[in-house]
Design a protein. Structure first.
Length: 272
């Protein structure tokens, strides 16, 4: 009897076999597929799938994570489509079901849940050994983080400006930061999906702002720069707070990037 792997939507998938043709609509998943050695099976990606840089250039673009070109995907005749609950629109995915035989839904919500993601992809695409290597590397990083002590800090993690936007505590980003004892403010949770997971902020009506120790300006989805950092440092509402740029890929990309992401956060927190 064949082994089936269950995705984040509760759908069980049979092994794909050697003829798999994969389109990925998730940048971090695309990077992970390459890390699993699935290069020759990847036929489509989004324009935001930019890693590994030396390999993705050969893969056909099919639009963005939300502005997906359905006809471009249809022309590629994929057997499998990789999507994510947060990053892709449900209506688009439902339209793709009409002509893509297998849609694999992902939704890791914490660094440790990458272990299940590796196992899922490894089982579907016959890369169990490669998936286990990634799992072993991630386990080492998680054990290292758990063994170290970091002073608790409240952080404001900004992902957008005009309007200012941050992240709720039930996001993957917040779970990553928690590994080094950094806790996101405001202390809100937004449920499975929705705008509340990425709350809009009014600094003039934020009593919790006084509790913030550190302000982190992410490189994505808004690309904050040193000029933004310096301007925010001059804002009297930010007086006394440490303000710095942070690599958003290292904190928000799951899959294989989580391994280096934890290393990155451990170094950042150690230097704090």
């Amino acid at each position: 009897m064949s082994t089936r792997a269950v995705d984040a939507a509760g759908v069980a998938h049979e092994p794909a076999g050697g003829a798999a043709r994969i389109v990925s609509l998730v940048p971090s998943i695309t990077e992970t597929l390459f890390a699993l050695g699935l290069d020759r099976h990847i036929v489509g990606r989004t324009g935001f799938c930019v890693h590994p840089r030396d390999k993705v250039q050969a893969i056909r673009k099919v639009g963005g994570t939300k502005a997906v070109k359905l006809d471009a995907i249809r022309a590629l005749r994929p057997t499998h489509l990789l999507v994510n609950i947060d990053e892709n629109e449900r209506d688009t995915v439902e339209q793709l079901r009409a002509f893509v035989p297998h849609i694999v839904v992902t939704h890791p919500q914490s660094p440790r849940e990458n272990l299940a993601l590796y196992a899922l992809l490894g089982a579907i695409f016959g890369r169990e050994r490669e998936a286990q290597r990634l799992a072993d590397a991630l386990e080492l990083r998680l054990h290292e983080a758990a063994a170290r002590h970091f002073a608790a800090q409240n952080v404001l993690y900004l992902i957008w400006r005009e309007p200012w936007m941050s992240v709720a505590r039930d996001t993957y980003i917040a779970a990553m930061l928690d590994l080094v004892n950094w806790h996101t403010l405001p202390d809100v949770r937004g449920g499975l999906k929705g705008a509340a997971r990425y709350p809009v902020l009014d600094f003039d009506a934020a009593p919790w702002l006084a509790q913030v120790d550190r302000v982190l300006l992410s490189s994505e989805p808004y690309r904050f720069t040193a000029a933004h950092r310096d301007a925010l440092a001059r804002d009297p509402r930010m007086a006394g707070k440490w303000i710095e740029l942070i690599d958003g890929e290292m904190t928000s990309w799951y899959g294989v990037r989580a391994i280096d992401g934890i290393d990155y956060l451990l170094r950042l927190a150690a230097a704090a």
